[in-house]
Design a protein around this ligand. Structure first.
Ligand code: N0T
Length: 534
């Protein structure tokens, strides 16, 4: 069979995750795919009319993927009667705009609440029981312990996936699914409905304990502490194994939320096996379970989710909190690939897109409420993101080639942390925010725009830099003197995957050979070669 036939066969595969080196990669139509994404606000994609002014806006941002909600209430307004038109139109229009889609299934839970369940579900509280608070009050939250609810939702999600397969399997416009959205228990840490209370008194399921025993050395330390405190018990009900308290309530809920969502994901995959992920609203330190959306796939209970939801491919953090690095580090444990499906659309996203894709070799990045105000001229942060996505798109061939081999790094710098060190090959790099040089007018200002870059090693002494607001100094670790010079630096771009030099950089642009740099207002790609001297 010919190369073309092989390529066609590959292209027919469903989008999937593949291990490359020590990282994972998303494969779409047989090729690596990096998500340069944006998530739409919750209500924008509910009619095509409402989407009309949004499409050109999306085009101007250089996105290759949008994350778009699909409401259960709109898909199945009457039980058993499915309305596919909106989903189908979105797929067709996205294709026209050369955009891939990640659908967010707003099913039983959207940010803890059950706001997107159809009216026929909301109104029939006998058949679809609610979660109850500790004081016995009904919540606008469906209990995850109801078989009826699970069955009804599975049916809806199956229909959705079957339909997507029908209209899209040949195109692979839809590349990823997110069942539910920011699952989490409020305002009590656990559901106190009759069904929940019954489960809470049962033995902790053996599959969970077995998972903990098997993966004991890898469990999250915070979680391990809870289990240890109670003497690593392996038998008994929830309170017996994990002790009494809010943390146990959260572990219990996490297990059953995960079990439920796993069954949704698994049923969908039986129809059309797109990869799935579940996103988490991050908690803040010193806030008790129940006061934040508890029991979602948060780092301290990610092990519970991993044990109970093997049919979910990965878990992803949403960023509205500070401490970007801290949280990302917690999400790349145990082979979980990083994807940032939501980040508040502020002036840090351009730098963070570079950092996430460089440092974590993430599957992608996606600011939230990407459409902002259609019609208005692009604001500074939007232009910046568009420029950054453009350069990341250009260096994609390099990112794909060197993925998972320890040859890619990313930096994120701001006023507080304006310097970072990293090693690639024989070289130790010191990256600094260019405002430290003091040459740019904004360097003296109170607020610093965060800066970021991706650095890729493509030869022993050859590197590419993509980013802005970063300067690099190098030291050779193998050499006694450590002295390193810049042999050549070029500014350029990739055209049809070929490197094209636009300018030879020297003189002031390298500070007469002292460093590699690109100013804050200058999102650029540079190729440079280093050499040692005694
Ligand atoms: C996000 C979004 C949307 C420190 C909020 C974040 C999206 C959902 N929830 O606009 O609703 O659908 O996933 C919750 C974080 C609250 C902010 C905490 C401030």
């Amino acid at each position: 069979i010919s190369i073309i036939q092989v390529q066609n066969l590959l292209a027919q595969q469903i989008p999937h995750l593949q291990k490359v080196g020590n990282e994972q990669q998303l494969i779409v139509s047989g090729k690596p795919f990096l998500i340069l994404g944006g998530e739409l606000g919750n209500s924008t994609a509910t009619t095509m009319e409402s989407m009309e002014p949004v499409w050109p806006r999306l085009d101007s941002l250089n996105l290759n993927t949008i994350l778009v909600p699909v409401y259960w209430e709109l898909l199945e307004p009457k039980e058993g009667e499915f309305q596919y038109k909106l989903v189908e139109d979105l797929i067709i229009e996205a294709r026209k705009h050369d955009l891939k889609l990640t659908f967010l299934w707003f099913g039983a839970w959207k940010n803890s609440m059950s706001s997107h369940a159809p009216a026929w579900v909301k109104l029939d509280q006998q058949r679809f029981p609610r979660a109850k608070s500790e004081s016995g009050e009904s919540q606008e939250i469906l209990t995850p312990f109801s078989e009826e609810t699970l069955e009804a939702e599975i049916n809806a999600y199956r229909h959705l996936m079957r339909h997507i397969k029908g209209v899209d399997a040949g195109h692979q416009t839809v590349i990823l699914m997110q069942p539910e959205n920011e699952i989490g228990m409020l305002s009590s840490a656990r559901d106190h409905s009759r069904l929940a209370n019954r489960k809470f008194k049962e033995e902790v399921p053996a599959d969970l304990i077995q998972y903990f025993q098997k993966n004991r050395s890898e469990l999250n330390p915070e979680f391990l502490e809870v289990w240890k405190k109670n003497g690593f018990k392996t038998e008994g009900n929830w309170a017996e194994v994990f002790g009494k308290g809010l943390h146990t309530d959260e572990i219990f809920m996490a297990y059953y939320f995960a079990k439920y969502t796993n069954q949704i994901s698994a049923a969908g995959k039986e129809e059309y096996a797109l990869p799935t992920f579940v996103n988490a609203a991050l908690n803040r330190p010193d806030v008790k379970p129940g006061d934040y959306p508890s029991a979602g796939p948060l780092p301290h209970i990610l092990d519970v989710w991993k044990a109970a939801s093997p049919e979910i491919d990965f878990y992803a953090p949403d960023f509205y909190n500070p401490r970007f690095k801290h949280w990302n580090d917690l999400y790349v444990r145990q082979d979980n690939p990083l994807f940032v499906p939501e980040h508040r659309f502020d002036n840090t996203v351009a730098a963070k897109a570079l950092y996430t894709i460089g440092h974590y070799e993430a599957l992608g990045f996606s600011p939230f409420s990407i459409e902002q105000i259609p019609g208005e001229p692009l604001s500074h942060k939007e232009k910046k993101l568009a420029e950054v996505y453009k350069v990341i798109d250009q260096i994609k061939p390099l990112l794909n080639k060197y993925r998972g081999q320890g040859k890619i790094e990313g930096v994120l710098l701001d006023k507080e942390v304006s310097e970072a060190k990293f090693v690639l090959g024989d070289y130790e790099f010191t990256a600094e925010h260019t405002f430290n040089l003091g040459w740019e007018p904004d360097a003296a200002s109170e607020e610093w725009e965060p800066s970021g870059a991706i650095i890729i090693q493509t030869g022993e002494n050859e590197f590419y830099f993509a980013g802005f607001g970063v300067s690099l100094k190098m030291k050779n670790l193998k050499d006694k003197s450590g002295r390193v010079g810049i042999l050549k630096t070029d500014l350029g771009c990739f055209e049809d995957d070929q490197w094209k030099v636009y300018r030879h950089l020297n003189g002031d642009q390298t500070h007469q050979g002292r460093h590699i740099r690109s100013f804050v207002d200058d999102v650029s790609i540079q190729r440079f070669e280093l050499y040692k001297y005694d």
